[in-house]
Ligand binder design. Structure first.
Ligand code: GDP
Ligand code: MG
Length: 439
């Protein structure tokens, strides 16, 4: 994998060496190969490597990392950013029913994904969901959806092969309105390859329905071919998102980057099995690691940064030690310091396992920024007394920080956990432990 390859590429530089044109040359070549092997489309690879070269120059090489390894850190961040940074949620904000139109080639996984989405919306979001098949060319396809819906206890609007897709869809919308469904999932026909007839049909359907989500379902195993299909669909329909299916196979993830780059549309979910439960939100950071196949190198980077910043860690702990109460102002300060420290994960790594397990999940840089924004949107009184934060205040804070109430809750939960940890080990406990358990 990439880390093995890179280890021989450039000599170790220690101290404050920076990435330069010459010390990253070989590493860039390896990264290029890694991306191609991960099935990222060639033009996307080229453009990406150029961007990375520009952005990496001057970047500091920390501790015992080689420039090549430092560069991988930059690549990972950039890949994550290019794939959207965060998970993009389904948009259901429409006058009910929120219509979701599925588009894609035959065999991409549209019908299966309709089932998966319906299940998810029903169970996780408590929505009343109606599904309908507009695949009038294959009676078996209609039957497939009907059976699937039945197994999930979800209503399937009846369709007949005698009717036109638009007529069926409109009747389903009408029915959904009359019976107060929240969401209508519209399954469509696909072809084995893109043809004009299919494109025209789905275009008409799209115009008629004016869906709030138009999701392009695509088989990740298609690799580079997926890109052309995605482009064709995106040019015809105004896609709102992509679902990459069959990520459980040996798909290497490159399609995610290519499709995102070519369409500019967010990947919202990935399909990870044939079963109805096999749908997961798409997380750009995880996909970045998958593309680079480099979990090991990332942990190495974290380790090195953690060691270099020990002085910072000590300062932070001293502060906590002295502080009487641990409030949200302190929490914010911690985030800011963690930012320079290689993250919360680094501190936790040095704690004994049973404590680390109870501590909040690893916090990444973007989450840190988000959390700081949330705390910034609180009044100083709220920061001192987090107990004041009830529903209406949370809503205001979410609005003010461009986040959601759920994210505000997440932050408060983390705060609670950290706060408890602090209480337990006040009086220098944590720092002593860090010393004792250092590897
Ligand atoms: P459609 O023609 O686009 O409606 O595709 P289908 O939903 O009928 O799926 C085609 C095949 O792909 C079926 O055998 C599905 O079980 C399979 N499939 C769909 N999604 C996934 C997935 O995420 N993982 C795996 N392994 N198989 C999938
Ligand atoms: Mg189908």
């Amino acid at each position: 994998n990439l880390s093995a390859r890179l280890s021989g590429v450039v000599k170790t530089l220690s101290g404050n060496a920076r990435l330069t044109e010459s010390n990253i040359k070989d590493a860039l070549r390896e990264i290029r190969i890694a991306l191609l092997e991960a099935d990222v489309a060639l033009p996307v690879v080229k453009q990406f490597v150029d961007t990375i070269r520009e952005e990496a120059l001057g970047e500091k090489v920390v501790g015992s990392l080689t420039p090549g390894q430092a560069l991988v850190g930059v690549v990972n961040d950039k890949l994550t950013e290019l794939m959207g940074g965060f998970n993009d949620k389904l948009n259901l904000s429409a006058v009910p029913p929120a219509i979701i139109l599925m588009a894609g080639l035959q065999g991409a996984g549209k019908t299966t994904t309709v089932g998966k989405l319906a299940k998810r919306l029903k169970e996780a979001e408590k929505k009343k969901v109606l599904v309908v098949s507009c695949d009038v060319y294959r009676p078996a396809a209609i039957e497939q959806l009907k059976t699937l819906a039945k197994s999930l206890d979800i209503e399937c609007f009846p369709s007949s092969v005698e009717e036109k897709p638009e007529a069926i869809a409109l009747a389903a919308v009408d029915y959904a309105k009359k019976h107060y469904f929240d969401v209508l999932l519209v399954d469509t026909a696909g072809r084995l390859t893109i043809d004009e007839y299919m494109m025209q049909e789905i275009k008409n359907l799209h115009q008629t329905l004016n869906p709030v989500e138009t999701l392009f379902v695509v088989d990740a195993m298609l690799g580079q071919d997926a890109v052309n299909t995605a482009k064709a669909f995106n040019d015809t329909l105004n896609l709102t998102g992509v679902i990459l299916t069959k990520m459980d196979g040996d798909a290497r993830g490159g399609a995610a980057l290519s499709i995102r780059q070519v369409t500019g549309k967010p990947i919202k979910f990935i399909g990870v099995s044939e079963k109805v439960a096999g749908l997961e939100p798409f997380y750009p950071d995880r996909m970045a690691s998958r593309i680079l196949g480099m979990g090991d190198i990332l942990s190495l980077i974290e380790e090195v940064q953690g060691n270099v910043d020990e002085v910072e860690a000590k300062k932070l702990m001293e502060k906590v030690k002295k502080g009487k109460g641990f409030d949200l102002n302190d929490f914010k300060m911690q985030f800011e310091q963690m930012n320079n420290m290689g993250g919360m994960g680094k501190i936790l790594d040095k704690l004994p396992g049973n404590i680390a397990e109870k501590a909040p999940q690893v916090i990444n840089d973007k989450m840190i920024k988000k959390n700081v924004a949330i705390i910034d949107s609180m009044t100083s009184e709220e920061r001192r007394k987090p107990d004041l934060l009830k529903a209406s205040r949370k809503r205001r804070i979410a609005l003010g920080s461009g986040t959601s109430v759920q994210e505000v809750n997440q932050l408060l939960k983390q705060y609670e956990q950290v706060s408890q940890m602090m209480k337990k080990f006040s009086g220098g406990g944590i720092f002593k432990m860090m010393k004792n358990f250092k590897h």
